[in-house]
Design a binder for this molecule. Structure first.
Ligand SMILES: [Zn+2]
Length: 298
């Protein structure tokens, strides 16, 4: 059984754990980025962090997840609004050279989807879409167990489909991306503007029927329905912090999705699975991903 160090690189925290490619994670840690990136040499800081974490323990591979677009070869980060320090660095080459094990880099949502597909026993064959409503809208598409990458590596940027009439400037630099209307950042703005006396955690409990919240859910539905209409997937997994908030009206979202999906199919037999949020899932998913890749290359 392979031992993989799984790392989820975030703008605020790094998550790291030792995982086995079977969903088990040991020695899980969450560490603030400022305590890891201490010099101008980001790659050296990350390698030092991994070496310090391993502390002499043997491991067979490393899988690193980024909230970013990566090149098609999955060797470097192309663009990441919250990880400017990682853009265009040869992360895979450097870590492989320093730590002398196979290194895999991927979008963090791919790891999450790898985990959810195992947990919810989604068959590898066919098309599986993972749509994760967190701060933004994350999306990964698996076709027969392999992530869809596209020509440049940037397939599956569902959060950045344009909405006509929206003037909001997105973190990616474009105007009117849907994640600015369907992500957690916008939900926090709604709470400030429409119901400042409600705790954000209770917004769906207390305001699910308000027009502004309904419109937010409709924008979430546009994301889901758009992907469903294009791909006619075998399974859709919906997760992320927003979809897991207290009182989140899954039935309303489902109705809003079905309203926008082509008839009779895929509307009549659309399979949607809601995935729970778990702090260690991207690290566990990193293990699944790395073991799959090592198996394929062996
Ligand atoms: Zn965007």
């Amino acid at each position: 059984m392979s031992k993989i160090i799984g790392i989820d690189i975030g703008g605020t925290n790094f998550r790291i754990g030792l995982t086995d490619g079977r969903g088990n994670v040991s020695d899980f840690r969450k560490q603030h980025v400022k305590t890891i990136l201490k010099t101008d040499d980001v790659l050296k800081d990350i390698a030092d962090f991994i070496e310090g974490y391993a502390d002499g323990r043997k491991f067979d591979g490393i899988a690193v997840g980024f909230p970013a677009t990566l090149n098609r070869e999955r060797t470097k980060v192309l663009q990441a609004p919250n990880l400017k320090f990682m853009e265009d660095l040869p992360v895979v080459e450097y870590l492989r050279g320093r730590l002398n094990v196979p290194v895999f880099a991927e979008r963090d949502v791919v790891f999450t989807l790898c985990y959810d597909m195992r947990k919810y026993e989604v068959p590898v064959e066919g098309i599986t879409c993972g749509i994760y409503f967190g701060t933004g809208v994350g999306n990964a598409i698996m076709i027969n167990g392999k992530p869809l990458t596209g020509r440049n590596g940037t397939a599956g940027e569902l959060g950045h489909i344009p909405v006509e009439g929206s003037e909001e400037i997105c973190g990616c630099g474009l105007k009117g991306c849907i994640e600015n209307l369907a992500g957690g950042k916008y939900l926090a703005k709604l709470q400030r503007d429409y119901c400042p006396d409600t705790d954000i955690g209770n917004i769906f409990v207390e305001h699910a029927d308000d027009d502004a919240v309904r419109e937010f859910i409709a924008h979430m539905a546009v994301c889901v329905a758009t992907e469903v209409n294009i791909l006619d997937p075998d399974n859709v997994i919906i997760g992320g912090g927003v979809a897991n908030m207290k009182g989140f009206p899954r039935d309303v979202l489902h109705d809003c999705v079905i309203e926008r999906v082509r008839r009779p199919y895929p509307a009549e037999n659309l399979r949607v699975i809601y995935a729970e949020d778990e702090p260690e899932k991207s690290v566990a998913g990193a293990g699944y991903y790395a073991c799959d890749r090592m198996l394929r290359s062996s």
